[in-house]
Design a protein around this ligand. Sequence first.
Ligand SMILES: [Zn+2]
Ligand SMILES: [Zn+2]
Length: 263
Amino acid sequence: MSQHSQLDAPLKITFLGTGTSHGIPVIGCECEVCQSPEPFDKRLRSAVLIDYKNTKIAIDCGPDFRSQMLREKVKHLDALILTHEHRDHIAGLDDIRVFNYKKNGPFDIFCHHRVADNIRQGWSYIFQPNPYPGIPSINFSYIDRDSFAVGELHIEPVKLIHYKLEVLGFRIGNFAYLTDVSAIPDESFEKLKGLKAVVIGALRQTPHISHFSLSQAIEAANKIKADRTYFIHMSHDMGLHHKVQQQLPPNMYLSYDGLQLSI
Ligand SMILES: [Zn+2]
Ligand SMILES: [Zn+2]
């Protein structure tokens, strides 16, 4: 019945990072979250790895990309899909070089043309006429509102508002990833029906200009009504993982680095 493409094999999701732009611990911070010895309280910058049959992609490529690829022992990556151009989501781009060497060719990046323009400025050395040897090589595919495919994955962009910036969330089968969001347009809620799992950015307990607070994210989750909801992009102001988790509604979870889902 659903207009969304159904998957015929499990979709494996690995949370590469679940922190906001500073990561947790924050440099020089002595708060109880940053000082917590609990692995659940250590958060690299937000990104996920998606595995489906023979296709492996990452959504976003922040400054922790290299350590995330090493931790998850990623040997092969087909493409990157980018939500938006903020540095906590693209700062790791220089490290895609290893995948260029393996492939002996340019690496596929799917993003909005505005994001590609931003990368051309920020990584201008990559796009010069006679580039220095050994630098990354990128093949951009522009995405906006229309569905697209990467290998065997069919991906549907979902428009989100991040303060004044339009950013992309993504739906893949019955899974959706929505980071860096302060408002979800009605047309996007329409695209988020019948999900088994949704990932939503929730910065902290108190309101913020460009991110959902935890209560706003819970409100959005209650409207989306996925079987399970996982929160990401958390700052140290969210509080200790185990304490906040105890206060969440049923079937809602704070995500953590290294968590895997099979959908
Ligand atoms: Zn952002
Ligand atoms: Zn961010």
